[in-house]
Design a protein around this ligand. Structure first.
Ligand code: RIB
Length: 312
């Protein structure tokens, strides 16, 4: 069994993003005047599934939304992106997750999430997905649903030789490093990497390759630290490599990491080698930051660069 040619399963969150652009992100106790309010589909899990779907992946999304208009809109957005939503359930008596996002003039963002129905994606819900997890070639999860659910899934993919990519976002202080050995590939940004390694983001930026190598020791196969406009650092079976930052007209970085993870999953499921998959994901994610919104910013395959496969 292997990753290539088998479906991608994303288990995670779906949120309606309520976004406002402002000159700067407000500090504690501060009020700033913003503009350009938008309500648009988001959530780290749903974004990663939508990214994979738009890039042509055979992708299924498992999550929970509420029985409200936001939940219905999120399902439509995923289906329009080519995602199989048969495992997206509707929770009763609980609202769809919502994210409050401020985007600054420089394209940075600050996000606060009300989990709502995402909180129902617990250990019991993941236990019901065991057959789906064993059937997929690649499982992709984040930390915007209960940690126990991620922990419950962690050991399953390796039983069938499939990959488990964990994007540890947002960082959860309850994460136990022991079960990360069931993770094939971990993909934090510099903030999440710093939290995992108990250091400061500045330490990660000073030597991202060394940080990726240290993270790699916690997981089965490889670690990739995404560094925004500075590129990425990967540590895996072929050693440490620093990927280039992409020069772009950056307007909104929301979901850039999600785009990276979705693209990485697609490239691996198409049989790409890990380092070339990371390189392509970096290029694809650079497109997303040139557009506003989360799912709205995700590129389609026709917009993405060609995935160059080296002869093995
Ligand atoms: O990664 C970006 C996402 O984080 C947003 O879409 C928001 O919903 C939060 O989950």
């Amino acid at each position: 069994m292997s990753t290539a040619g088998r479906p991608i399963l994303v288990i995670g969150s779906a949120n309606m993003d309520l976004s406002v652009c402002a000159a700067a992100i407000p500090g504690p106790g501060e009020t700033v005047l913003g503009a350009n309010f938008a309500a648009s589909p988001g959530g780290k899990g749903a974004n990663q599934a939508a990214a994979a779907g738009r890039l042509g992946g055979d992708v299924r999304f498992a999550g929970r939304v509420g029985s409200d208009p936001f939940g219905a809109q999120l399902r439509v957005s995923l289906e329009e992106s080519g995602v199989d939503c048969r495992l997206l359930d509707v929770a009763r008596d609980v609202a769809t997750g919502v994210a409050l996002i401020t985007v600054s003039n420089s394209g940075e963002n600050a996000i606060t999430v009300a989990a709502g129905a995402n909180g129902c994606m617990d250990e019991a819900a993941v236990a019901l997905l065991a057959d789906e997890i064993l059937d997929c070639g690649l499982l992709l999860m984040q930390l915007e649903i209960p940690l126990a659910a991620v922990r419950a899934a962690a050991g399953l993919p390796r039983r069938t030789g499939s990959r488990f990519i964990l994007n540890p976002a947002p960082y959860n202080a309850g994460i136990e490093l022991e079960w990360l050995s069931g993770v094939s590939l971990i993909t934090p940004n510099e903030h999440e990497a710093a939290a995992l390694l108990k250091c400061k983001p500045a330490d990660i930026l000073r030597d991202p390759g060394a940080a990726a190598a240290e993270l790699r020791r916690l997981v089965a196969d490889a670690a990739i630290i995404t560094l925004g406009s500075l590129g990425y650092a990967i540590a895996g079976p072929n050693g440490v490599h620093l990927g280039p930052g992409m020069v772009t007209n950056e307007v909104d970085t929301t979901a850039a990491g999600d785009c990276f993870n979705g693209a990485l999953a697609v490239a691996l499921s198409e049989g790409a080698e890990l380092y070339e998959a990371a390189h392509w994901a970096n290029e694809v994610a650079a497109i997303s930051v040139t557009r506003h919104g989360a799912q709205a910013s995700l590129p389609w395959r026709s917009e993405a660069p060609v995935l160059v496969r080296r002869a093995n």
